[in-house]
Design a protein. Structure first.
Length: 124
């Protein structure tokens, strides 16, 4: 299923809503969104994307992310991220209760290198 910005936000809000039902404590959890969905949310690209990728998330929410098909398998690509990638994250401005969704601000040159790396890996 292809998702535009509104549909990505709707899915993230659904994850947050379900986590609010599962965990009634005051705890909050984080999820760093990367890839095409991050670019759509940052309005760097205006096409739809078929998935939401997360490079890092609180352990407590990983099972819920899997239920919502939020791809955690990209953590294997972390070696391709700059060492200071945590200094390049920004929160998504959506009204969540339990989850802090964060975007990795991709630099265009880095994104091009990332895409080339993925293409090389798919050819193997």
């Amino acid at each position: 299923m292809e998702m535009n910005k509104a549909e990505i936000i709707k899915r993230l809000m659904s994850v947050d809503n379900d986590m609010s039902l599962l965990d009634t404590t005051a705890d909050t959890y984080s999820c760093i969104i990367v890839g095409g969905s991050a670019l759509v949310l940052l309005e760097k690209i205006y096409r739809s994307t078929h998935d939401i990728d997360s490079i890092n998330a609180s352990d407590e929410i990983k099972q819920l992310l899997e239920i919502y098909n939020i791809n955690m398998n990209v953590s294997a690509y972390r070696i391709n991220f700059p060492d200071d990638y945590l200094n390049r994250i920004i929160p998504i401005d959506i009204p969540t209760k339990k989850l802090n969704f964060i975007l990795y601000r991709l630099k265009i040159w880095w994104f091009q290198n990332y895409v080339q790396c993925v293409i090389r890996m798919l050819k193997i």
